[in-house]
Design a protein around this ligand. Sequence first.
Ligand SMILES: NC(=O)c1ccc[n+]([C@@H]2O[C@H](COP(=O)([O-])OP(=O)(O)OC[C@H]3O[C@@H](n4cnc5c(N)ncnc54)[C@H](O)[C@@H]3O)[C@@H](O)[C@H]2O)c1
Length: 389
Amino acid sequence: MANKLDDKGFEAEYGMVGGGPGSLIGEVHRKAAKFDGQAKIVSGVFSRSYDKTLQTGKELGLNEERLYKDFEEMAEKEATRDNGIDFVSIVVPNKFHYPAAKAFLTRGINVVCDKPLTVTLDEARELDKLTREKDLLFGVTYVYSGYPMVKQARQIVKSGDLGEIRVIQGEYPQEWLAAPVEKEGNKQAEWRMDPELSGNVNCVGDIGTHIENTVSYISDLEIDSIAANLSTFGEGRELDDNAEMMVKFSSGATGSFWCSQIAVGHDNDLKVRVYGTRGSLVWEQENPNYLTVSYLDEPKKVLSKGRDDLNSSAVDSLRLPGGHPEGFYEAFSNIYSNYLDALSDKKKGKEVDPENYDYPDVTEGVEGVRFIETCLKSSKQNSEWVDLV
Ligand SMILES: NC(=O)c1ccc[n+]([C@@H]2O[C@H](COP(=O)([O-])OP(=O)(O)OC[C@H]3O[C@@H](n4cnc5c(N)ncnc54)[C@H](O)[C@@H]3O)[C@@H](O)[C@H]2O)c1
């Protein structure tokens, strides 16, 4: 089984932007970053309110000297300290990803940022360029590629066992925005439905982009063009809460994606199905330790993590024997762990190509924003087919 619990001999020190009181994903990042003993939080600006930053900093036992009023101040001061942070985690509403990431990159600090990378493609490309110019490491937390059975799915497709891929279906329905909770004090819904903070899309950027990334990770197929229909069902909303997207891949394969936050009865129901000439596979996020694989003229198989003959990238990302469920935290930790392996090697002076470390980097971040902008463009043009922008 996994080597995840081995002593890696490297503990990075990091800071966080976002993740203040009552926030959703910041605490998940903190748990994930320390899961394998590879990173320790030492600094932060957890909120736009300094009092709240102080509150979270105190709860985390941080030195007040390393709590800041805003991310510009944090980037500047951490960059000039002798023992400044090795990287920053950015877990703020989408609009702030770009200015925060830029503030750290320009000062030579590595970045982990949540998705979507930015709210415009120009911003995404600028961050990509800056990362390369400054020779830094930039992770984007597309968490689903961190699941062992998604890694197994990728290897099955790569092996050619499914034959030529013909069709890919991806869906991500949730129900949490079926009622107007953004008007009822739900903080996560408030900013997601505000174009000033969320960008030009809500649902497609929030979860549609997870479908795109998971499909791309499993299949390695490039999207050629998209015909999308973004809808807004909630009264008074400015941004989408449901979208259907037909996809043509450069290989000739086709697909259809559906993301929705008004799908009553669904919690967090990401599902990807891949159909080839000889076989197919299905992975479901709510039952993530299993992968269903079928081959022509053979009985259907359900592969189980920790039990069946899995490939090394899946095995290396397990921490527990079969039958002990692993899920979201472990997948998030796998993203961090692989990013931190790369950072550790870089600090030792090794040549580091993110491609060899199996974490989503700024390239995948840019692809996610290209997907979002293409969907938006198509939807505005009456759902015409549009080439990937
Ligand atoms: N990868 C995933 O699976 C996943 C899951 C959930 C959210 N996300 C992404 O994470 C990001 C945060 O989402 P969330 O649901 O945790 O939001 P949230 O509203 O729960 O938390 C945002 C936090 O950022 C703080 N904040 C806002 N502006 C700030 C600023 N300028 N400086 C410092 N702190 C600031 C807020 O006070 C809050 O503590 C979003 O980009 C979202 O798309 C990713």
